[in-house]
Design a protein around this ligand. Structure first.
Ligand code: NAP
Length: 484
């Protein structure tokens, strides 16, 4: 199968924070891959801006090393790397100062798409937006890309939205949640809305429950200071897990276009019931398996921050009344795995009698690793001996199903950056969505903070605290195993 790559319009993309970690690991390698695939026109230009005293040559060296480190060997070649590097510029700019801005203004072309990637700490966004306008660099046509965390509660998210709104219209702001750029996540929409098969069953009458798991094996070392302020609820649930929940639970948008999709997601967030304390399990990893404890990683023995959280959530609307959504995410778990599992109810009557090996139908949407989907269905176990049932997976691994192209699934960042250039906001969060997500999150966090709730310790390499298992057991259900 030959991938159809549609070139984007000529652009100038300015990466503020172009020498930072995100630029090195994601943005620059992602842009190179799009370039190598022929999606970038020859006129495209990428301009990094930061305070470091480096010249264009040194930035190109930084970019070359980033490509070498983060793009697999069979997906890069010397010729295209050299051509890609020719498109890179560097300008020394201090967001707080006046230095560098005239040089940057002179570089940017008025007649191409202009996008500004705010890959710097959120505390700099206000100043950055102001300076872009003061130097006449940003006009009504340009786009700005902002990164998570988008605030750390409703008040800070509102303030951030207000700051951006002083200088840009909502149609210019691209708030990244990279989970939305994942191939499987978009496939979830294709599966739901391009097939007649699932939608009639996609409701509380036929869906018993939904599990959303985002498990990591890494700890928080390296970003301990930030993480200890945020915790799993604010770092992962408020954004990534919430977005996945929205895509599962939302009504069909009338069209696949930005505001139609985002309106439906917003309705889901607004329909979420407040979470009862008994429906929340918070955990913190302890030392073991050669790993330091959470407290050691963040350098805070008294930390009450959760590195794991499991929740039972209800979407209070007609479609989902009576179907719980179980969410869990954590660090230092037994495997790195992100998946959504939709478990269907049992048939109303079994013609095969009881206990013949029957298991529920489960649709598993796997985000990472091994992106793909599986549908577990019942069949007759082959061979003599009467009717014995067996569940087997109908398996669609993208890498296998789509051949060579499937193995080359674009990384979320490269897809999202190209969407910015195309001016397509469908996979980006709107300001009101982010605020609604915080409005739901804030009281939950405030409640456990008020009672100084202490997270339950769990072993590194485990599936999380015991109580998380109980959260499901008491409903007569079980978590799926966390497996790579
Ligand atoms: P980082 O490694 O600390 O890089 C920060 C960048 O900002 C550097 O290029 C730095 O370069 C530049 N910078 C800092 N102060 C500046 C100023 N006053 N004027 C101009 N440039 C300035 O941070 P990062 O990890 O790349 O993160 C960037 C953003 O992405 C943050 O909002 C972060 O929350 C978000 N994010 C990062 C990741 C990730 O995996 N890294 C994931 C999700 C979200 P100089 O020091 O040379 O100025």
């Amino acid at each position: 199968m030959v991938a159809r790559v549609i070139p984007v319009d000529p652009f100038d993309l300015v990466i503020f924070g172009g020498t930072g970690d995100l630029a090195r690991r994601k943005i620059v390698p992602g842009l190179y891959r799009r370039f190598r695939d022929g999606q970038m026109p020859p006129e495209a230009r990428i301009i990094a801006a930061a305070r470091s005293e480096i010249d264009r040559g040194a930035f190109r060296q930084f970019a070359a090393e980033a490509v070498e480190e983060f793009v697999p060997q069979d997906r890069r070649d010397a010729r295209s790397i050299s051509d890609f590097l020719d498109r890179l510029e560097y300008v020394k700019v201090d967001i707080h100062g006046s230095e560098g801005w005239p040089e940057l203004a002179a570089l940017i072309r008025p007649d191409v798409v202009r996008a500004f990637y705010f890959s710097v700490a959120p505390g700099l966004f206000g100043d950055l937006a102001r300076r872009l306008h003061a130097h006449d660099i940003a006009d009504g046509d340009c786009r700005v890309v902002v990164e998570k965390p988008f605030g750390n509660d409703l008040a800070t998210a509102r303030a951030l939205n207000a700051t951006l709104a002083e200088h840009f219209s909502e149609g210019q702001v691209y708030r990244i949640d990279h989970y939305l750029g994942k191939e499987t996540v978009q496939n979830l929409m294709a599966v739901r809305f391009a097939n007649i098969l699932f939608e009639p069953l996609w409701n509380a009458q036929y869906v018993d429950h939904v599990q959303i798991t985002v498990a990591e094996t890494v700890g928080v070392a390296g970003r301990g200071a930030y993480y200890d302020e945020a915790g799993a609820m604010r770092d992962m649930v408020q954004n990534h897990l919430m977005q996945l929940l929205c895509l599962i639970a939302m009504e069909p948008p009338f069209r696949f276009e930005p505001d139609a999709v985002r309106d439906e997601k917003l309705k889901v967030i607004r329909a979420l019931d407040p979470v009862e304390p008994r429906d929340i399990v918070r955990g913190q990893y302890r030392a073991g398996n050669g790993c330091a404890s959470y407290a050691e990683d963040v350098g805070n023995d008294d930390s009450l921050t959760e590195s794991f959280i499991a929740l039972r959530v209800h979407v209070a609307n007609w479609r989902w009344k009576g179907t719980p959504f179980y969410l869990r995410t954590g660090k230092r778990l037994r495997a790195r795995a992100s998946e959504i599992a939709v478990t269907f109810r049992e048939p109303p009557h079994s013609i095969f009698g009881e206990g013949e090996g029957w298991k529920e139908n489960v649709l598993v949407i796997r985000l990472q690793p091994n992106e793909g989907m599986k549908l577990r269905v019942m069949i007759k176990e082959p061979g003599p001996g009467g009717m014995r049932l067996k569940d087997v997976p109908l398996d669609m691994s993208f890498a296998e199903a789509l051949g060579e192209h499937g193995a080359d699934i674009p990384d979320a960042y490269e897809r999202l950056i190209m969407d910015v250039i195309r001016g397509n906001q469908t996979l980006f969060m709107r300001g009101d969505e982010v605020e609604a997500a915080w409005a739901w999150t804030d009281p939950v966090v405030a409640e456990w903070q008020a009672r100084e709730d202490r997270p339950e310790p769990y072993d590194a390499g485990s599936s999380g605290p015991e109580d998380a298992l109980m959260l499901m057991h008491r409903d007569g259900r079980r978590w799926r195993e966390i497996s790579p």
